[in-house]
Ligand binder design. Sequence first.
Ligand code: DGI
Ligand code: FE
Ligand code: FE
Length: 196
Amino acid sequence: MNERISKMRRKVKKELDRNRYEHTLGVMYTAGALAMRYEEDIEKALIAGLLHDCAKCIPPDKKIKLCEKSGIRISEVERQNPGLLHAKLGAVLAKKEYDIHDMDIRNAIASHTTGRPGMSDLEKIIYIADYIEPGRAELPNMKMIRKLAFTDLDKCMYRLVKDSLIYLESKDIPIDRMTEKTCRYYEMMIKKKEVR
Ligand code: DGI
Ligand code: FE
Ligand code: FE
Protein backbone atom coordinates (compact mmCIF):
# COMPACT_ATOMS: atom_id res chain seq x y z
CA MET A 1 0.00 0.00 0.00
CA ASN A 2 1.44 3.41 -0.87
CA GLU A 3 2.66 5.88 1.76
CA ARG A 4 -0.27 8.27 1.27
CA ILE A 5 -2.81 5.56 2.07
CA SER A 6 -0.74 4.20 4.99
CA LYS A 7 -0.69 7.67 6.53
CA MET A 8 -4.48 7.99 6.13
CA ARG A 9 -4.92 4.55 7.68
CA ARG A 10 -3.04 5.57 10.81
CA LYS A 11 -5.15 8.71 11.15
CA VAL A 12 -8.48 6.92 10.57
CA LYS A 13 -7.53 4.25 13.10
CA LYS A 14 -7.23 6.92 15.80
CA GLU A 15 -10.68 8.32 15.00
CA LEU A 16 -12.60 5.03 15.11
CA ASP A 17 -13.32 2.32 17.66
CA ARG A 18 -11.89 -1.12 17.04
CA ASN A 19 -14.95 -2.66 15.38
CA ARG A 20 -15.53 0.32 13.14
CA TYR A 21 -11.90 0.24 12.04
CA GLU A 22 -12.15 -3.48 11.19
CA HIS A 23 -15.34 -2.77 9.19
CA THR A 24 -13.53 0.11 7.45
CA LEU A 25 -10.71 -2.19 6.29
CA GLY A 26 -13.30 -4.69 5.05
CA VAL A 27 -15.03 -1.95 3.02
CA MET A 28 -11.69 -0.68 1.71
CA TYR A 29 -10.57 -4.05 0.33
CA THR A 30 -14.05 -4.99 -0.94
CA ALA A 31 -14.25 -1.65 -2.76
CA GLY A 32 -10.81 -2.39 -4.24
CA ALA A 33 -12.04 -5.76 -5.53
CA LEU A 34 -15.21 -4.22 -7.04
CA ALA A 35 -13.05 -1.55 -8.70
CA MET A 36 -11.02 -4.35 -10.34
CA ARG A 37 -14.21 -6.00 -11.57
CA TYR A 38 -15.67 -2.79 -13.04
CA GLU A 39 -12.37 -1.30 -14.23
CA GLU A 40 -12.58 1.68 -11.90
CA ASP A 41 -9.60 3.44 -10.30
CA ILE A 42 -8.45 1.04 -7.55
CA GLU A 43 -6.64 3.65 -5.47
CA LYS A 44 -9.71 5.92 -5.42
CA ALA A 45 -11.88 2.99 -4.32
CA LEU A 46 -9.43 2.13 -1.50
CA ILE A 47 -9.33 5.74 -0.28
CA ALA A 48 -13.12 6.19 -0.42
CA GLY A 49 -13.59 2.88 1.42
CA LEU A 50 -11.03 3.86 4.03
CA LEU A 51 -12.66 7.24 4.69
CA HIS A 52 -16.36 6.39 4.23
CA ASP A 53 -17.09 6.15 7.99
CA CYS A 54 -14.39 8.59 9.21
CA ALA A 55 -17.06 10.73 10.97
CA LYS A 56 -19.00 7.76 12.38
CA CYS A 57 -17.59 7.83 15.94
CA ILE A 58 -18.10 11.57 16.57
CA PRO A 59 -20.75 12.03 19.31
CA PRO A 60 -24.22 13.06 17.96
CA ASP A 61 -24.27 16.60 19.36
CA LYS A 62 -20.78 17.26 18.01
CA LYS A 63 -21.87 15.88 14.61
CA ILE A 64 -24.67 18.46 14.50
CA LYS A 65 -22.35 21.30 15.58
CA LEU A 66 -19.67 20.39 13.03
CA CYS A 67 -22.30 20.16 10.26
CA GLU A 68 -23.69 23.59 11.16
CA LYS A 69 -20.18 25.02 11.19
CA SER A 70 -19.45 23.50 7.78
CA GLY A 71 -22.66 24.83 6.21
CA ILE A 72 -24.29 21.40 5.76
CA ARG A 73 -28.10 21.74 5.71
CA ILE A 74 -29.68 19.44 8.31
CA SER A 75 -33.12 17.99 7.54
CA GLU A 76 -35.73 17.11 10.17
CA VAL A 77 -34.99 13.39 9.79
CA GLU A 78 -31.25 14.06 10.19
CA ARG A 79 -31.84 16.16 13.28
CA GLN A 80 -33.79 13.29 14.82
CA ASN A 81 -31.19 10.74 13.65
CA PRO A 82 -27.82 12.54 13.70
CA GLY A 83 -26.18 9.22 12.85
CA LEU A 84 -27.22 9.87 9.26
CA LEU A 85 -24.96 12.93 9.17
CA HIS A 86 -21.75 10.88 9.34
CA ALA A 87 -21.84 10.51 5.55
CA LYS A 88 -22.06 14.22 4.61
CA LEU A 89 -19.78 15.22 7.47
CA GLY A 90 -17.30 12.51 6.46
CA ALA A 91 -17.07 14.06 2.99
CA VAL A 92 -16.26 17.46 4.55
CA LEU A 93 -13.63 15.93 6.86
CA ALA A 94 -12.11 14.08 3.89
CA LYS A 95 -11.36 17.48 2.38
CA LYS A 96 -10.38 19.33 5.56
CA GLU A 97 -8.55 16.63 7.51
CA TYR A 98 -7.38 14.19 4.82
CA ASP A 99 -6.69 16.57 1.97
CA ILE A 100 -8.97 14.78 -0.52
CA HIS A 101 -9.70 17.04 -3.47
CA ASP A 102 -11.24 14.41 -5.75
CA MET A 103 -15.00 15.10 -5.96
CA ASP A 104 -15.88 11.51 -6.92
CA ILE A 105 -14.26 10.23 -3.70
CA ARG A 106 -16.01 12.89 -1.62
CA ASN A 107 -19.36 12.19 -3.30
CA ALA A 108 -18.91 8.48 -2.60
CA ILE A 109 -18.42 9.23 1.10
CA ALA A 110 -21.36 11.67 1.17
CA SER A 111 -23.81 9.30 -0.57
CA HIS A 112 -22.86 6.01 1.12
CA THR A 113 -25.75 5.91 3.63
CA THR A 114 -28.82 7.04 1.64
CA GLY A 115 -27.50 6.71 -1.91
CA ARG A 116 -28.69 9.28 -4.45
CA PRO A 117 -30.10 9.27 -7.97
CA GLY A 118 -27.44 9.12 -10.68
CA MET A 119 -24.56 7.81 -8.61
CA SER A 120 -21.19 7.28 -10.31
CA ASP A 121 -19.79 3.73 -10.43
CA LEU A 122 -17.38 4.63 -7.60
CA GLU A 123 -20.29 5.83 -5.45
CA LYS A 124 -22.22 2.59 -6.10
CA ILE A 125 -19.10 0.57 -5.31
CA ILE A 126 -18.74 2.22 -1.88
CA TYR A 127 -22.46 1.94 -1.09
CA ILE A 128 -22.40 -1.75 -1.98
CA ALA A 129 -19.02 -2.57 -0.36
CA ASP A 130 -20.39 -1.11 2.89
CA TYR A 131 -23.07 -3.82 2.92
CA ILE A 132 -21.20 -6.82 1.59
CA GLU A 133 -17.76 -6.54 3.23
CA PRO A 134 -16.82 -9.88 4.83
CA GLY A 135 -17.19 -8.65 8.44
CA ARG A 136 -20.74 -7.30 7.97
CA ALA A 137 -23.47 -9.05 9.97
CA GLU A 138 -25.26 -11.46 7.67
CA LEU A 139 -28.21 -9.97 5.81
CA PRO A 140 -30.96 -12.21 4.48
CA ASN A 141 -29.84 -13.52 1.05
CA MET A 142 -26.29 -12.25 1.56
CA LYS A 143 -24.83 -14.92 -0.70
CA MET A 144 -27.01 -13.85 -3.61
CA ILE A 145 -26.42 -10.13 -2.93
CA ARG A 146 -22.63 -10.61 -2.88
CA LYS A 147 -22.86 -12.37 -6.23
CA LEU A 148 -25.12 -9.64 -7.62
CA ALA A 149 -22.55 -7.00 -6.53
CA PHE A 150 -20.06 -8.54 -8.94
CA THR A 151 -22.68 -8.98 -11.69
CA ASP A 152 -24.69 -5.73 -11.95
CA LEU A 153 -24.15 -2.56 -9.89
CA ASP A 154 -27.58 -1.03 -10.61
CA LYS A 155 -29.53 -4.20 -9.78
CA CYS A 156 -27.50 -4.58 -6.61
CA MET A 157 -28.13 -0.93 -5.63
CA TYR A 158 -31.89 -1.36 -6.10
CA ARG A 159 -31.96 -4.54 -4.07
CA LEU A 160 -29.98 -3.05 -1.16
CA VAL A 161 -31.89 0.25 -1.01
CA LYS A 162 -35.24 -1.56 -1.28
CA ASP A 163 -34.29 -3.97 1.50
CA SER A 164 -33.12 -1.04 3.67
CA LEU A 165 -36.47 0.73 3.18
CA ILE A 166 -38.39 -2.40 4.09
CA TYR A 167 -36.22 -2.82 7.20
CA LEU A 168 -36.55 0.84 8.30
CA GLU A 169 -40.34 0.76 7.76
CA SER A 170 -40.66 -2.47 9.76
CA LYS A 171 -38.88 -0.76 12.68
CA ASP A 172 -40.88 2.47 12.30
CA ILE A 173 -37.67 4.45 11.75
CA PRO A 174 -38.20 7.77 9.92
CA ILE A 175 -37.01 7.54 6.32
CA ASP A 176 -34.70 10.12 4.79
CA ARG A 177 -36.25 11.51 1.57
CA MET A 178 -33.01 10.79 -0.29
CA THR A 179 -33.28 7.05 0.49
CA GLU A 180 -36.75 7.03 -1.12
CA LYS A 181 -35.56 8.99 -4.14
CA THR A 182 -32.64 6.60 -4.60
CA CYS A 183 -34.96 3.61 -4.48
CA ARG A 184 -37.33 5.05 -7.10
CA TYR A 185 -34.41 6.00 -9.34
CA TYR A 186 -32.78 2.55 -9.37
CA GLU A 187 -36.14 0.83 -9.79
CA MET A 188 -36.59 2.93 -12.94
CA MET A 189 -33.02 2.25 -14.08
CA ILE A 190 -33.37 -1.51 -13.98
CA LYS A 191 -36.79 -1.39 -15.68
CA LYS A 192 -35.21 0.64 -18.51
CA LYS A 193 -32.47 -1.98 -18.84
CA GLU A 194 -35.04 -4.77 -19.06
CA VAL A 195 -36.87 -3.07 -21.94
CA ARG A 196 -33.70 -2.78 -24.00
O1 DGI B 1 -22.17 3.42 8.81
P1 DGI B 1 -22.54 1.97 8.59
O2 DGI B 1 -23.19 1.35 9.79
O3 DGI B 1 -21.40 1.14 8.11
O4 DGI B 1 -23.62 1.91 7.41
P2 DGI B 1 -24.51 3.12 6.82
O5 DGI B 1 -23.68 4.32 6.60
O6 DGI B 1 -25.24 2.57 5.64
O7 DGI B 1 -25.51 3.44 7.96
C1 DGI B 1 -26.43 2.50 8.27
C2 DGI B 1 -27.50 3.14 9.11
O8 DGI B 1 -28.15 4.15 8.37
C3 DGI B 1 -28.52 2.11 9.52
O9 DGI B 1 -28.67 2.15 10.92
C4 DGI B 1 -29.77 2.57 8.82
C5 DGI B 1 -29.51 4.03 8.58
N1 DGI B 1 -30.27 4.54 7.46
C6 DGI B 1 -30.12 4.34 6.14
N2 DGI B 1 -31.07 4.96 5.44
C7 DGI B 1 -31.83 5.61 6.36
C8 DGI B 1 -31.31 5.34 7.63
N3 DGI B 1 -31.85 5.82 8.78
C9 DGI B 1 -32.91 6.62 8.69
N4 DGI B 1 -33.43 7.15 9.77
N5 DGI B 1 -33.49 6.91 7.47
C10 DGI B 1 -32.98 6.43 6.30
O10 DGI B 1 -33.53 6.71 5.23
FE1 FE C 1 -21.59 4.63 7.20
FE1 FE D 1 -19.74 1.66 6.85
